[in-house]
Write a protein that binds this ligand. Structure first.
Ligand code: ATP
Ligand code: MG
Length: 384
């Protein structure tokens, strides 16, 4: 296979995700990128560079991916969030070449998947397990038979398959269901089988496409906990696609927000969650935050300025409200307060009705902003 090798700079929407990093450009997949020459640095486990995917041709053309750049580090849980049709499934399917990209590159551990022969691709795919929203189990096979399936396809002997299936079912907590059929399982149990099957060939990467979207909140929690557990035990890298911010905040380290075939924002979950920069990111965050607003505060008519404050980590310990009241001629009526966690980091939301003269309120708000909190004015009384 002929590769034209040169070094190219991989740009991204945030410096933390990308990009003092250089990729090897190959002649595959119609790459149209403008190479910038430089020194090759350490690569992430998965590098996606200027990835495009166009379905159909002529009038019916759909540009599902329009130039996606991402770097996913080994050992992280990387979330991709977006509305329906954003291109999430197309992206994840390009990672294991269930879809062939139109242009661009996908490098996994330095290997460009867009350049592989069929036999090389079969081997590369074993490095990636995938789980699906609707589980995709074979109804005619038992639980053990479903987990054994990818190993049988890979030509593993029975002597290897049988103990491995037992080990995997133990890992996902289904040792007692080996002989059951999928129709006899709950949704959560089916997804556990899906996870065991995805891990059968010892992959490096676990791809999850809306893996919890068909499950109730409690089962979602248990499946997310299982994904995190197997990731830690087996040293996996996880790429997780969802349309729910709650799933992202539960287990992801970093997140990319997709819209209309491009990544509009990306970065550590805590940053994107507390300071979303793109309106689409903000709308996902609002869904989570609004869920925390209690019924009493919905439709509340403020006596002063209704403010929502988001604070993270140590800011939660600061007596910011009392110091604000001491410094400025304002009164603060706390309507609601709560602390949640994003992957172990505390973040709090506080809903205040800030009373006082408008100029005093403005000063108090400036003070809160200066504390590096995320301060949002939700409503003002008519005289403000
Ligand atoms: N096989 C296909 N043929 C033609 N168009 C397709 C095909 N697969 C996806 N698309 C189109 O590509 C776009 C992105 O689809 P994709 O399934 O990647 O979105 P998604 O973000 O996963 O959405 P959802 O959250 O609903 O699963 C959509 O407009 C979709 O209609
Ligand atoms: Mg999808």
């Amino acid at each position: 296979m002929a590769h034209s090798i040169q070094f190219i700079y991989s740009p991204d929407t945030r410096p933390d995700l990308a990009c003092d990093r250089f990729l090897e450009e190959t002649s595959c997949a119609g790459n149209t990128g403008e190479p910038i020459r430089g020194v090759k640095a350490k690569m992430a486990l998965i590098e996606i560079y200027k990835l495009t995917k166009t379905y159909g041709n002529g009038k019916g053309t759909v540009e599902a991916l329009r130039g996606v750049n991402l770097s996913i580090e080994a050992g992280e849980i990387f979330g991709v969030i977006g509305l329906s049709g954003a291109g999430k499934s197309t992206l994840i399917r390009c990672l294991n070449r269930l879809e062939t990209p139109t242009t661009g590159q996908v490098l996994v551990d330095g290997q460009d998947l867009t350049c592989l022969s069929d036999s090389e691709l079969r081997l590369a795919r074993r490095e990636m397990g995938m789980i699906f929203q609707h589980f995709n189990l074979l109804s005619s096979r038992t639980v053990a038979g479903n987990v054994a399936f990818p190993m049988e396809i890979a030509g593993q002997p029975k002597s290897v398959v049988k103990p491995r299936v037992e080990e995997l079912l133990e890992l996902v907590g289904l040792a007692d269901k080996a002989k059951a059929y999928p129709s006899q399982l709950s949704g959560g149990q089916k997804q556990r089988v899906g996870i065991a099957r995805a891990l059968a060939n010892n992959p490096k990467v676990l791809l999850c496409d809306e893996a919890t979207s068909a499950l109730d909140p409690q089962t979602t929690q248990s499946i997310l906990a299982l994904i995190q557990d197997v990731k830690n035990r087996l040293g996996l890298t996880v790429v997780l696609i969802t349309h729910e911010m709650k799933v992202i905040t539960e287990i992801c380290d970093r997140v990319a927000v997709m819209e209309d075939g491009v990544v509009v924002e990306s970065g550590p979950v805590i940053d994107v969650f507390t300071r979303p920069r793109h309106p689409t990111s903000r709308s996902f965050v609002d869904v989570v935050i609004n869920q925390t607003d209690s019924a009493e505060t919905i439709g509340y008519k403020p006596k002063g300025t209704l403010v929502r404050i988001l604070f993270i980590g140590e800011a939660a310990q600061e007596p910011m409200i009392s110091s604000m009241i001491k410094r400025f001629r304002v009164e603060s009526n706390i309507l609601q307060g709560r602390i949640d966690h994003i992957k172990g980091t505390a973040f709090g939301t506080l809903l205040l009705d800030l009373e006082g003269e408008p100029s005093d309120r403005r000063q108090a708000l400036r003070y809160l902003n200066s504390l590096n909190l995320t301060v949002e004015v939700l409503a003002n009384d008519p005289d403000a």
